[in-house]
Design a binder for this molecule. Structure first.
Ligand code: ADP
Ligand code: MG
Length: 352
């Protein structure tokens, strides 16, 4: 009943927007399923929500609005602040879904990873000021650890809500300047398994660079989308059986890998890494054995970073990037991993 009242009150008091309220700015992205613009709310802007991001989406826009509404209610801090979504009928283009979010900031994790300064460029953003401490590997490790903690925290929120993102990659992680944390964006390929929305995996939506080896999130024994009421009854069981959340964990593991190894940050290098890993039957330990003996100093440095504190980072990485979903760690368990816990007290004094 409380939920009902809350939803009702929100429906009355939450601002709504229409086409004419939105002043388009520069294009931020263009995919096969829609366009993304920076924009502002002309007359309708209140003091804070003037700067927005607008996505004009095709048929998948409906699912994306649904996912964002759900996140807004259940795990608001995990994703960019969703403001409103509506169906717009344009005379030229026909039906389009328009989605608006608060503009969270200029940089995605992909942008930040491209910088030679990484991870120090992020440290400045998280802390607000660059501190004049020595810049060694321990320090880099600490910053990467903070990013991983924030990412896994956001992911745990989504997964606890029953949502699998399915397109976790640095381009879909935005730095929120207000909260000084990383948030997840782009729920266009997400699936909500508890109510059966976007239940059939659209594998063509998945980004092959970051996708786990299993192409399908759900086993092939559940090929058709049950109607919502049936799915509500079934899906917690399916969730347990298939662990679809571990798809996102694999992708997050690849992000960790790219943070640790500068030489794996380009698309080509990542694609090549994926090929090597496949040849090793997705066994990271085997991969390490093949590349380490003839590794460049840069690659060696990555291993050294992961080997800090008795190799606890390497241990976390290898528990995320595994062939079998069942053997991958969950977001919640990862947050309790010694990689984060052991440094807990120190980390507290270092960063929030
Ligand atoms: P798609 O990948 O389908 O084009 P995204 O939702 O990933 O759409 O958005 C495209 C780009 O727009 C992102 O990579 C990011 O740079 C930017 N962007 C999206 N949402 C926000 C936001 N809330 N705040 C700031 N930038 C955003
Ligand atoms: Mg995207």
């Amino acid at each position: 009943f409380d939920m009902f009242v809350l939803a009702f009150v929100e429906r009355i008091f939450r601002p709504t927007y229409k086409r004419d309220d939105i002043v388009l700015g520069k294009k931020l992205g263009e995919g096969s399923f829609g366009m993304v613009y920076r924009a502002s709310l002309g007359k309708k802007q209140s003091s804070k929500d003037g700067e927005i991001v607008l996505k004009k989406a095709t048929e998948y826009g409906a699912v994306e609005i649904w996912m964002n509404e759900r996140v807004r209610r259940a795990c608001a801090n995990s994703c960019a602040d969703f403001m409103y979504g509506f169906l717009e009928n344009s005379p030229k283009k026909g039906a389009e879904y328009w989605l608006i979010w608060k503009f969270e900031g200029e940089s995605t994790l992909a942008d930040l990873l491209q910088s030679k300064e990484f991870p120090y460029n992020v440290e400045a953003m998280i802390l607000g000021e660059v501190q004049d401490l020595p810049k060694g590997m321990e320090r880099e490790n600490r910053i990467i650890q903070t990013i991983m903690r924030q990412l896994l925290f956001a992911l745990d929120g989504l997964h606890s809500t029953g949502i699998v993102h399915r397109d976790i990659k640095p381009q879909n992680v935005i730095f929120s300047e207000d909260s000084r944390t990383f948030k997840i964006i782009d729920l266009g390929a997400a699936a909500d398994l508890r109510v059966g929305i976007n239940y059939i995996p659209k594998e063509f939506l998945l980004d092959p660079r970051y996708a786990a080896p299993e192409q399908y999130i759900m086993s092939t024994q559940t090929p058709s989308a049950p109607s919502a009421p049936v799915a509500t009854a079934l899906s917690p069981v399916l969730w347990q059986l298939n662990l679809p959340d571990r798809f996102d964990i694999y992708s997050t593991g690849l992000i960790y890998l790219q943070m640790a190894f500068p030489s794996l940050r380009t698309d080509n290098a990542l694609i090549q890494f994926n090929r090597q890993l496949k040849r090793c039957d997705y066994d990271l330990i085997a991969w390490r054995k093949t590349v380490e003996p003839r590794a460049s100093p840069e690659l060696r440095r990555g291993f050294e970073l992961l080997d800090l504190d008795g190799g606890i980072g390497w241990q976390l990485l290898t528990s995320m990037v595994r062939y079998k979903a069942r053997q991958r760690i969950s977001a919640k368990a990862a947050l309790a991993h010694p990689y984060f816990v052991r440094e807990g007290l120190l980390a507290l004094s270092f960063m929030q």
